[in-house]
Design a protein around this ligand. Structure first.
Ligand SMILES: [Zn+2]
Length: 458
């Protein structure tokens, strides 16, 4: 019973926030609205719950729910009004789009002083009622509600953090998050537009060769034969490591010129399936069902299978960016953050890509002569997994170490500045202590090469 009191009122509220958000055409406005409204709403909910805590006995009443609701709805209108365009016609259009429920609440908001008075009156009446019922009831209800507070999680909070995660600060991975169903809204000769706001420019799209690979079961490893596949398993994120100019208005021309050059270069070599430029435009360069030459010698795995030479099984997304001089810290613009999140959503929804399949080049790249990891080291740190609602792959034990016993040498250690990401350090320690599945890198190398050969020949 207790959980049913809190839950139903939040859901229509969230739907309303989403409905309102969808009336903004520009994705960044939509995001800003969602972000701010939901952040403020959490804050306000906390505040009101704190205020009303003293009157715990009314918490179980409709009036309590109603007071709380009103405080939440108010946030929507305040934020919506703040972001409303100036034009009268534009305002009218948005007003007409708003759901009836929202319009009623908006009218209530305008008459809020009277509404508050009614709320206070209801509160006073309840207080009086409670006095009559006696103190024993207060104690009983309070105890019950304490138990409820500890067990109930607000529905709004996870959504708020999912969206807050779209900004580099305050990103938080949500294990229960499932990418929403994204669909194609519009397709022209120049672009595809998707329901999550993502837009893919297809002007430069080209072909390479159809995907085809072998995946190797973990069960019966390493002797079990490879299983053929053509589906897209995952995403490998890259940095173009290009020569970039400061991201300021004065550089608009040169930023665009560099992007054009990069597109040409990537397209000619079929280096990635997608490129996200610094203004957040998503370019599809090699069609999805074709392999691009993005990952080279590489290894990744999910719970059931191990994948090698990921060009065939993984989509390559490249951010036009670079590691800062002298360090490996890559930079993304805010537009790239938003576009990267949207493209991730589109691809995951379209090809049912699991979280486990979303990783970075630095984490999968290996050297097949030396049996070393991090041969390419783009995004070997700092990739904003949580902001894309992905789990932190820096904490995952890389299969290159766990199953093939690959390691580091002087060169790799110098590249990484003597540092290893958490998952790699953990897996390396297991080799050291003898707890690892594979301990001999020479054997690992032979397994890898045999698998690559089989994949090429099949
Ligand atoms: Zn790369």
């Amino acid at each position: 019973m207790s959980e049913k009191v809190a839950a139903p009122a939040i859901e229509p509220y969230l739907r309303l926030v989403e409905q309102y958000a969808s009336s903004f055409e520009r994705p960044e406005m939509r995001l800003r609205f969602l972000n701010r409204t939901l952040a403020r709403q959490s804050e306000r909910e906390r505040l009101w719950r704190g205020r009303l805590r003293r009157f715990a006995f009314i918490e179980n009443s409709a009036a309590y729910r109603w007071l709380l609701d009103f405080a939440l709805y108010r946030t929507i209108f305040e934020e919506f009004q703040r972001l409303l365009p100036d034009g009268f016609r534009e305002r009218r259009r948005l007003w007409r789009q708003a759901p009836v429920r929202a319009r009623i609440f908006f009218e209530l908001y305008r008459a809020r002083r009277a509404v508050y008075a009614a709320g206070i009156l209801a509160g006073v009446m309840l207080l009086a009622g409670a006095v009559v019922l006696g103190r024993w009831a207060v104690r009983g209800v309070s105890t019950m509600l304490d138990a409820r507070r500890n067990s109930t999680v607000s529905i709004a909070a996870p959504v708020a953090s999912a969206i807050a995660a779209a900004t580099p600060n305050g990103a938080e991975y949500l294990p229960d998050y499932r990418p929403e169903k994204v669909w194609l809204v519009e397709k022209t000769a120049e672009y595809e537009r998707y329901s999550n706001g993502g837009r893919i420019l297809t002007r430069y799209e080209t072909t390479n060769h159809p995907r085809s690979y072998l995946r190797f079961p973990r069960e019966g490893w390493p002797d079990a034969p490879g299983v053929q596949g053509r589906d897209i398993i995952g995403i490998v994120y890259h940095s173009s490591e290009s020569d970039i100019v400061p991201f300021i208005a004065d550089n608009t021309q040169s930023i665009q010129a560099r992007t054009r050059g990069l597109i040409e270069y990537v397209r000619e070599r079929r280096s990635y399936n997608y490129l996200i430029d610094r203004f957040g435009e998503i370019h599809r360069l090699v069609r999805d069902d074709h392999a691009a030459h993005h990952a080279g010698h590489s290894i990744w795995a999910d719970a059931d299978f191990v994948y090698v030479g990921l060009n065939e099984s993984f989509i390559g997304i490249c951010f036009e960016s670079t590691s800062a001089t002298g360090s490996l810290d890559e930079q993304l613009t805010e537009a790239q953050m938003i576009a990267g999140r949207a493209l991730t959503g589109i691809l995951r929804s379209r090809y049912q890509i699991a979280d486990a399949g979303c990783t970075t080049h630095g984490l999968v790249s290996i050297n097949p002569e030396r049996g070393t990891i991090a041969h390419h080291h783009d995004w070997v740190r700092n990739f904003p997994f949580a902001a894309f609602s992905l789990s932190d792959k820096y904490a995952t034990r890389p299969p290159s170490i766990e199953l093939y016993a690959f390691g580091t040498d002087e060169e790799v250690r110098a590249k990484l500045g003597g540092w290893l990401w958490e998952g790699a350090a953990k897996a390396a320690a297991e080799i050291e202590s003898g707890a690892a599945a594979e301990r001999d890198p020479r054997r690992g190398l032979l397994i890898y090469r045999a698998q690559m050969n089989r994949q090429k020949e099949h």
